[in-house]
Design a protein around this ligand. Structure first.
Ligand SMILES: Cc1cc2nc3c(=O)[nH]c(=O)nc-3n(C[C@H](O)[C@H](O)[C@H](O)COP(=O)(O)OP(=O)(O)OC[C@H]3O[C@@H](n4cnc5c(N)ncnc54)[C@H](O)[C@@H]3O)c2cc1C
Length: 433
């Protein structure tokens, strides 16, 4: 497999889109390498560079040509991202905009929203947060009670959301709100694009037990949404929400991009953007349990001499490897254009299990000092941070129990939980809070 490392600062006048057949990874690799050699210019402003990338269809190669892509199979996204990184260049921003909001709008429309939001999301000109969960509606998301009512050309939104990652600095929110209280539970929900920077939206950061502050409670008081900012159809928001949730399970852990250290404007701005973005996620490696540190810790502390500790470490490392294979299987299914099967839920459950077992093994290795934080503590407080961060994996993006329910009902065909709310108007249902 060849890698392209083009010279920076190609002439790059007009992005040229090739239309020849590209049915293999090598052909895609060769084409994107050639394009980067001619077009990557680190001296451009980051937004300008990303526009060039999107105009040529390389920012999201699996998207349709009409919407900034090249209509390539899903595997092409990963191949192209690898080549962009290998060339020392910069791809589209990471985060819930490119991974959740854009694919949902792409799938459900309408065109007016695709036109308005897809490109600025790919260039990083707008950032997003997910406004789904509520104090009384987490696992039972369709029980949400935030309401949106049409008033002339605007929807007026009232209610409260919670656990909303990055809501304190997002420009836009993927908002679920109830628009019809007489429709059954799942039918009266609409999916909106909410402008976050307005007086009716108040994001209050929450302090977590690991001392980070990644998410917020969001209070919506007569917040305004333009009438046409509805993803899909009014009242059909649940279908679009399921798309977002499927992408969220698929999204999994997020790696930090490593941008080249050079001085070009695009690189400087990309490094700055990554710094701000990953401030929110800097404890995410710890929430995954840091299985990668176990072997070294067992050796360094001498705890590896204990056969039980050795067993625990071996089990965590083996399960981690199996988890990577499950993720690879899901990637291969997507690459082959197949709908991924149970891998999303299995992978998420496995990740929770690995995180918990890794935290337990770190505790065994470190002993009571595992509770210490600060400069003199084990690994400068990283061990303590692992222990108080891993519970998040079993909750975020659907709890372990919810993943088991999905597997039981959708994969194993076991009977659904008895439901009392099918077909009845939402306003008549007993509900939380
Ligand atoms: C790190 C992190 C980031 C997050 N980011 C966001 C975000 O950006 N946007 C957003 O909207 N939300 C976000 N969330 C919220 C997350 O989606 C919810 O916490 C999650 O869906 C669970 O909802 P809940 O907290 O209300 O728990 P509940 O639904 O109240 O669950 C409580 C317990 O009951 C169990 N339970 C519930 N229903 C069932 C059932 N039917 N069968 C068996 N057991 C059940 C659950 O498994 C859990 O153990 C985030 C959460 C975390 C931890």
């Amino acid at each position: 497999m060849s890698r392209c490392v083009p010279e920076a600062g190609g002439d790059g006048d007009a992005p040229v889109r090739q239309t020849g057949a590209m049915d293999s990874a090598d052909a895609v690799r060769a084409e994107v390498c050639g394009w980067l050699a001619a077009n990557w210019d680190p001296d451009l402003a980051l937004v300008e560079w990303r526009r060039r990338l999107a105009d040529a269809g390389w920012a999201a190669p699996s998207w349709p040509e009409r919407w900034h892509g090249r209509g390539l199979p899903p595997w092409a996204d990963e191949v192209v991202a690898d080549e962009i990184a290998a060339a020392g260049s910069v791809g589209p921003p990471l985060g819930s905009g490119t991974s959740l909001a854009a694919p949902t709008i792409l799938a459900h429309g309408p065109d007016a929203l695709r036109q308005r939001f897809l490109l600025p999301t790919l260039t990083g000109e707008v950032t997003w947060c997910q406004l789904f969960s509520e104090p009384g509606a987490g696992s039972d998301l369709a029980g949400l009670t935030t309401r949106a009512e049409l008033d002339g050309d605007e929807w007026v939104v009232n209610g409260q959301k919670v656990w909303n990652t990055s809501a304190h600095h997002a420009d836009l929110g993927m908002l679920l709100a109830r628009t019809d209280w007489d429709a059954p539970k799942h039918k009266g929900i609409s999916y909106f694009v909410l402008p976050m920077r307005q007086p009716g939206v108040e994001a209050r950061p929450l302090r977590q037990m690991n001392d980070h502050s990644s998410f917020n409670e969001v209070f919506l008081t007569d917040a305004r949404v333009p009438r046409h900012h509805v993803v899909g159809e009014v009242g059909d928001g649940w279908r679009a929400a399921l798309t977002t949730l499927a992408f969220e399970r698929r999204f999994g852990a997020m790696g930090r991009p490593r941008y080249a250290p050079g001085p070009g404007r695009a690189l400087v701005e990309a490094r700055r953007e990554a710094e701000v973005h990953f401030e929110t996620y800097k404890w995410y490696p710890q929430r995954a349990g840091r299985a990668d540190l176990l072997l070294e810790r067992a050796r360094a502390t001498g705890a590896g001499a204990d056969p039980r500790t050795r067993d625990d470490v071996a089990r965590v490392l083996s399960m981690s490897q199996v988890g990577r294979w499950t993720a690879a299987r899901a990637r291969a299914a997507r690459a082959g254009g197949r709908t991924p099967g149970p891998e999303g839920s299995i992978g998420k459950l496995a990740a929770s299990d690995v995180a918990r077992r890794a935290a337990a093994a770190h505790t065994m290795i470190t002993g009571p000092d595992a509770m210490l934080t600060g400069p003199d503590s084990p690994l400068d407080g990283v061990v303590a941070e692992i222990i108080v961060s891993v519970p998040a994996v079993s909750i975020a993006g659907g709890t372990d129990e919810v993943q088991r329910n999905i597997l039981a009902e959708k994969q194993l065909g076991l009977p659904r939980e008895p439901s009392t709310d099918v077909g009845r108007p939402f306003r008549d249902l007993p509900r939380n809070g």
